[in-house]
Ligand binder design. Sequence first.
Ligand SMILES: C[S@@+](CC[C@H](N)C(=O)[O-])C[C@H]1O[C@@H](n2cnc3c(N)ncnc32)[C@H](O)[C@@H]1O
Ligand SMILES: O=C(O)C(=O)C[C@]1(C(=O)O)C=C[C@@H](O)C=C1
Length: 242
Amino acid sequence: MQAKDHIFAAPIAELGDFNFDQKVAEVFPDMIKRSVPGYSNIIAAIGMMTARFAQPHTQLYDLGCSLGAATQEMRRNLSQPGCTIVAVDNSPAMLERAASHLASFKSDAVVELTEADICEIAIENASIVVLNFTLQFIDPDKRKALLSRIYQGLNPGGVLILSEKFISANHTVNELLIDLHHDFKRANGYSELEVSQKRTALENVLRPDTPEQHKARLAEVGFSHVDMWFQCFNFGSMVAIK
Ligand SMILES: C[S@@+](CC[C@H](N)C(=O)[O-])C[C@H]1O[C@@H](n2cnc3c(N)ncnc32)[C@H](O)[C@@H]1O
Ligand SMILES: O=C(O)C(=O)C[C@]1(C(=O)O)C=C[C@@H](O)C=C1
């Protein structure tokens, strides 16, 4: 049984910034499924893209891996020899749970779970890099440098899968997509209070860009084949192929 997310259910007097601590790690599978429209489709597609893009004797990176949902799906779909999946997160609570989660599946693929800041790690000999709802939490001033290092570390023909919460440049559409996302959360059982307290807690830490900003930045760091392959409301996923 998955633990249910009640983190924002009762009024919180001093609502601090959202962070990926023990409490969040405990309920994370339930939280992300009920909060991110299309999450399970995106995870499944990461598996499908692994089958297509993994190159023999390369590294597959899952940056901001949380409990390793994308890592597990990559592992399940990996048939190339000599690959290592490097799963990185800077939250000890997440990594601890990721280790036991991944250990509960049988697999021959090599997974290196690494506690680190993804802005600090080396990225090399990569055929696939996944940023599944992680770049939005990185300091905006550091995003371009990270994407540039990802581009440099990818082999020709390699792919970056970049999933994010977006804002729309059009004010009216932006309001609509945010409202639809909140409807989605209410339909999944979150109360008005839960929706509004989480929105406040995320305000300073989840800073979304527009799809146009993402595309322009990916082009600036060198990617020449970039597009959105999935979008539901203000959440979506892009591919960038080197
Ligand atoms: C929304 S979760 C990602 C969900 C996950 N990729 C999945 O598919 O289930 C964002 C994760 O990024 C991690 N994170 C945020 N900033 C980070 C950083 N600078 N370095 C490493 N991990 C980071 C957080 O600890 C959190 O686990
Ligand atoms: O709940 C929201 O409004 C979100 O933005 C969802 C979101 C995300 O996009 O990463 C935010 C934090 C959670 O850990 C999981 C999902």
